[in-house]
Design a protein around this ligand. Structure first.
Ligand code: BEZ
Length: 394
């Protein structure tokens, strides 16, 4: 927590001289990591934390400030997460919140964060509203928005010759927004959505009945959003149901994330999806990141790891620039810009949402025959999301 007021700093300058002030300015920034450590997104929470800690290790030397981390488990439950956010801010007195995986959880904590004027770096949840109609000067997103990842896929699939699609997703904000963005651009291009199913979130074990609907629909392809434990089950069941050969499977790229693609095994081969990060992106910053993450964890990083890593980098940049309270940190975060593992990465000050390229990738077998990897098929240009009612840009 920042302890020195401007007046105290001025007094120190007067009595001790500038060199003493340099070390007096080194602050301890308390970070509240608000992530799921249980529930269907538990693995995602752990991965974001691993990326965040690696980011602090890698970039922390660029600031004289130090970072203290307090963690809380959202359990992927909006009311629980809101209670934990209040505890981190009011009891632990954190300077900044980092995390949130579920769009539902982000929707639940938005008003509290905005009212408490505590900066929140969103390190996953894609909820479009948080950088749209419900945007806040205190919320900056270093991950992706649900529309941003899925909108380009509607146009891309139509251009690839797909005409009739059946969609499926868990029935909560992320599922509705991701499929909504895909369907809007796909139908605008001339395609047809021939059927849709919304599976009960965190409750669906057997996707068979929904897959039967897809098979009977007359679609030429299926487009879905699933992540975490649900993605592992869905991809395996899609393959064992025998659908993959007749109905190619497409989706938001969390479906076959490098985090759990090896748990899906050969069932994931041939799935084509879109994402803002895969470990096979070729640039210098990604080479450094993949090497460091692999050395620490014995496997390649996923999109969830890069969210944590880039969130740490943005926080370090803000702190190195002298931001030392909630207001200043929030203002500095919205000016973030760097060349990172995903390519050119910046924050759009009109919405506080990230601007980044989108990669269409296919899951393929590794050349050495061991495990699976991501073959990039297309790089779609970075375009900022529309403000959608957000007035941060004036
Ligand atoms: C979401 O709820 O926004 C979300 C969860 C997991 C992966 C991607 C998005």
């Amino acid at each position: 927590m920042k302890k020195l007021t401007q007046t105290a700093v001025a007094a120190l300058i007067a009595t001790l001289g500038t060199s003493a002030v340099t070390s007096a300015n080194a602050e301890d920034i308390k970070v509240g990591l608000l992530l799921p450590y249980s529930g269907v997104y538990a693995a995602l929470g752990n991965e974001i934390e691993a990326g965040f800690r690696l980011g602090l290790e890698t970039f922390g030397g660029e600031t004289t400030d130090t970072f203290e981390i307090v963690t809380e488990d959202t359990e992927v439950k909006p009311p629980v997460a809101l209670g934990k956010a209040k505890k981190l801010v009011l009891q632990d007195e954190v300077d900044v919140l980092v995390g949130i995986v579920s769009s539902g959880v982000l929707g639940a904590v938005r008003d509290f964060v905005d009212g408490a004027k505590v900066p929140l770096i969103v390190a996953n949840a894609g909820n479009d509203e948080a950088t749209g109609a419900s945007c806040s000067a205190y919320i900056t997103r270093l991950s992706f928005s649900n529309g941003q990842v899925n909108r380009p896929m509607g146009t891309h699939l139509y251009e690839q010759g797909v005409r009739k699609v059946f969609t499926m997703a868990p029935d909560y904000a992320a599922g509705r927004q991701m499929i909504g963005a895909f369907a809007e651009s796909f139908t605008a291009a001339g395609g047809e959505i021939v059927g849709q199913d919304w599976t009960p979130f965190q409750k669906t074990q057997d996707f068979g009945p929904y897959m039967a609907n897809a098979k009977a629909s007359g679609a030429d392809a299926v487009y879905v959003f699933y992540a975490g434990g649900e993605a592992i089950s869905f991809v395996k069941q899609y393959d064992s149901f025998g659908l993959k050969a007749d109905l190619p499977l497409y989706g938001a790229g969390f479906l076959t994330s490098p985090l759990y693609v090896n748990a899906q095994g050969p069932a994931a081969i041939g799935v084509i999806a879109a994402l803002h990060y895969v470990p096979t992106i070729e640039n210098d910053a990604n080479k450094v990141f993949v090497e460091a993450f692999s050395a620490a964890n014995g496997r390649s990083p996923s999109e969830f790891a890069v969210h944590g890593y880039d969130a740490a980098r943005a926080l370090v940049l803000a702190s190195a620039g002298g931001a030392n309270d909630g207001e200043a940190l929030a203002a500095a975060l919205s000016k973030t810009s760097f060349d990172g593992p995903r390519g050119a990465t910046s924050i759009d000050p009109a919405t506080n949402n990230i601007v980044q390229p989108i990669y269409v990738y296919e899951t393929v077998a590794n050349e050495n025959g061991e495990g699976l990897t991501q073959k990039i098929l297309a790089t779609l240009p970075a375009t900022p999301d529309a403000a959608n009612g957000c007035t941060l840009g004036g």
